[in-house]
Ligand binder design. Structure first.
Ligand code: GPP
Ligand code: MG
Length: 306
């Protein structure tokens, strides 16, 4: 989209989603969405757990980690122990994003992907690096849009990786324009039926949606205190596992694989308790995972139908 000024000059409107037809629309539609945007524009929790890990190699994540920590980092010189923990936590978070991208299937350089709730951009940059394709990240935090677009410029990929101040429930991107879409721990901020209706519209037939999420376990019987603690910490609304599959099925998104990553993420949280950057949320994560009231899931679904 090009914006024309009254003096006849023009400029690209980088805030609009990546298609020329994208109409301007109100991004924050509810008081709740405004509160979520305010949270991420000015994170009230200690954000160093994200910025210090990002400084390890310039990939800034807003998600957790999987895989076996290198417990030997806890040994050795005390002066550098905290740095070693940070480096290892970052490695596990990057491994999580790699697993998500492994699940996107056959993505070609000419394809377009979308990152729903793109944060500071970590997973989007990894996708571009891996597939060479275009990626549009959407987030309702203007701070995050600025941060991630500055990263894209620094990395020399601003022509391929763009971040937009846009609402993933109503992106304005063209119907059928996406080969793949993912959400990396962002679905707990939105209604899943609305979200998957929009993703189903955006995906081309045979396109793929990949989700990593924390969900409450229906089998536990009710929402646990630990899950409510996590919700209160981030201001989100964790959904039950069952709701994901109901909402996918209602929107022509057919699960191809579901992997329970709970056992693979617990060691990350154990290591995080050893970090001076720990925020306090480690306790309810470990409690809820261990008591079975909460699960960390990877869901892969294909868009079936037009
Ligand atoms: C991590 O972000 C993810 C969320 C805030 C969404 C909630 C996720 C669930 C699985 C419930 P972050 O990296 O900003 O969190 P932290 O600052 O704690 O590392
Ligand atoms: Mg984090």
């Amino acid at each position: 989209m090009t914006m024309l000024h009254s003096d006849g000059t023009s400029e690209a409107d980088t805030s609009a989603p990546g298609t020329s037809e994208a109409p301007a629309r109100g991004v924050l539609k509810t008081a709740y969405q405004k509160s979520v945007a305010a949270y991420w524009n000015n994170n009230p929790n200690d954000d160093r757990v994200n910025t210090k890990l990002g400084e390890v190699d310039g990939l800034y994540h807003h998600h957790y980690g999987i895989g076996e920590p290198d417990w030997s980092v806890l040994e050795g010189p005390e002066e550098t122990r905290q740095e070693r923990i940070v480096t290892d936590l970052h490695r596990l978070e990057t491994a999580q994003a790699d697993l998500l991208l492994d699940s996107l299937g056959d993505v070609r350089p000419g394809d377009r992907l979308m990152d729903g709730g793109s944060g500071r951009g970590g997973t989007s940059f990894m996708a571009n690096q891996r597939f060479g394709c275009g990626v549009d990240g959407v987030t309702i935090s203007e701070y995050q849009v600025k941060f991630a677009n500055a990263q894209a410029a620094d990395r020399g990929v601003a022509d391929k990786v763009k971040f937009h101040f846009a609402n993933m429930l109503d992106t304005g991107f063209d119907t059928g324009s996406r080969r793949g879409i993912w959400t990396n721990e962002t679905t707990m901020y939105v209604d899943l039926f609305e979200l998957f209706a929009e993703f189903s519209r955006l995906l081309e037939p045979g396109g793929r949606y990949v989700c990593i999420t924390g969900c409450s376990n229906d089998l536990f019987g009710a929402r646990s205190a630990a899950v409510s603690w996590i919700d209160a910490h981030y201001g989100c609304n964790i959904h039950p596992r069952s709701r994901y599959f109901a909402a996918l099925a209602a929107n022509g998104l057919v699960p191809a694989a579901v992997t329970d990553l709970t056992a693979a993420t617990i060691p990350y949280w154990e290591m995080r308790t050893k970090s001076e950057l720990a925020t306090g949320v480690e306790k309810p994560f470990l409690t809820s995972y261990k008591e079975g009231s909460f699960q960390y899931l990877l869901i892969v679904a294909d868009k079936v139908g037009k």
